[in-house]
Design a protein around this ligand. Sequence first.
Ligand code: GDD
Ligand code: GTP
Length: 425
Amino acid sequence: MWKAIILIGGPEKGTRFRPLSLDVPKPLFPVAGFPMVQHHIEACCQVPEIKEILLIGFFPLSDELKSFLEYAKKQFTPSIRYLQEYTSLGTAGGLYHFRDQIGAGNPSAFLVFNADVCCNFPLQEILSFHKSKTTDDGITIVATEATQQESMSYGCVVEDAATGEATHYVEKPETFVSSLINCGVYAFSPKVLQYMENVFKEHQSERFDSGDDNADQSFSERISLEKEILNPYAGSGKMFVYKTKEVWGQIKSAASAIHANKLYLSLYHKTNPERLAQNSHKQSPTIIGDVFIHPNAEVHSSAVIGPNVTIDDRVVVGPGVRVSNSILLPGAVLKNHSCVLNAIIGWQSIVGDWSRVEGTAHQPDPNAPFSKIISDGLFNEDGRLCPSITVLGYNVFIAPEIIILNSIVLPNKTIQSSSKNLIIL
Ligand code: GDD
Ligand code: GTP
């Protein structure tokens, strides 16, 4: 029996994802029509040995989270539970804190995922690899190639090409270490939890030695998976690298959500072809490339949609509308002849007649084969907003006949005039 654990973080995380993470916990943000973590859950459901999926994070149990969990419990076969950390315990602190629940039923291995990554998760292969390489205290780390410059924004792992062993691991190094990067997907043998106990005990004695009785309770329990587990594990003969050449990306900013949307839509050809819209008959809109349209959305037959578009629940798209490379979130309305390119349109937002909402697409460098999207901050060195995807937060109203270019509009705004490269507060 195997288990899967998804690290979903908490409300202080996802700052690059604002304003979208103001209205929904980031792991529930819909990408290609489904909450980000549902893609992980669906991949786990393809592996019959996975009997339980645990979401670990420090989000309060909000209505959105509750209703997602209820839906997931009904929809999927493995048992699905949310384990809430009392504060941010770091990427391994939650694993240690909930070790009894993770170990219950004696799983022979458990998979661990970062919630904010997107890929096609070749889980069966990863588990077979893990069984073939490691014993009861081993780690398999899934890694992919990145360019030299990009690699430094990730965990970097050095591999012994002959054995597949991870000989060195550095989290977000300042100088180049390796172009092989940590994908945020791992397989752990059960005894790794015991190793975490040693780290916990070291923290406790540090806390004791410091003589600071007021030190935060969570001090000992806060453990970084990358720095305190993977780093010392590398070179010990117990950590192995599973290399993947499949599509992979991280979801940190709005631009990377658009890119992830494209990746998941392209994966639907293989995993869920029925989710892709077709040019079926005269009464349906013109579809270009990969498009997901929610069954409850209304899209006018004269609209032209795609490529890489998700039209979510209860969205209304009027006559003559053009949408490409965008996500329209539940309840958004695009009025007649409006145009939305490279943008995310927030829940219940309205784009007026003949208005144009456009952003600048971020594409990984097509000439660099392993290039990824880099989600740097929103601003460049002179403090100006970098041209990127346009984002309308929740319940924004864009008046007719205006242009919003490369801008971020915070929730509940009414926009009456055109804007370019602005954050509208
Ligand atoms: N439960 C819990 N508790 N989860 C957490 C916490 C915490 O205190 N802190 C972060 N997470 C979750 C996040 O929600 C995310 O899914 C994952 O852990 C990693 O988040 P970050 O700590 O923000 O790291 P990162 O995304 O910058 O880098 C990590 O992922 C890269 C791949 O996307 C590292 O693992 C890198 O080495 C890796 O390359
Ligand atoms: P390439 O992508 O370089 O081929 O250019 P394009 O001619 O497709 O133009 P662009 O990328 O600017 O626009 C994408 C689509 O949106 C095109 O099919 C345009 O016809 C359509 N489009 C552009 N502006 C508007 C607009 O203001 N309103 C509407 N309804 N459609 C528009």
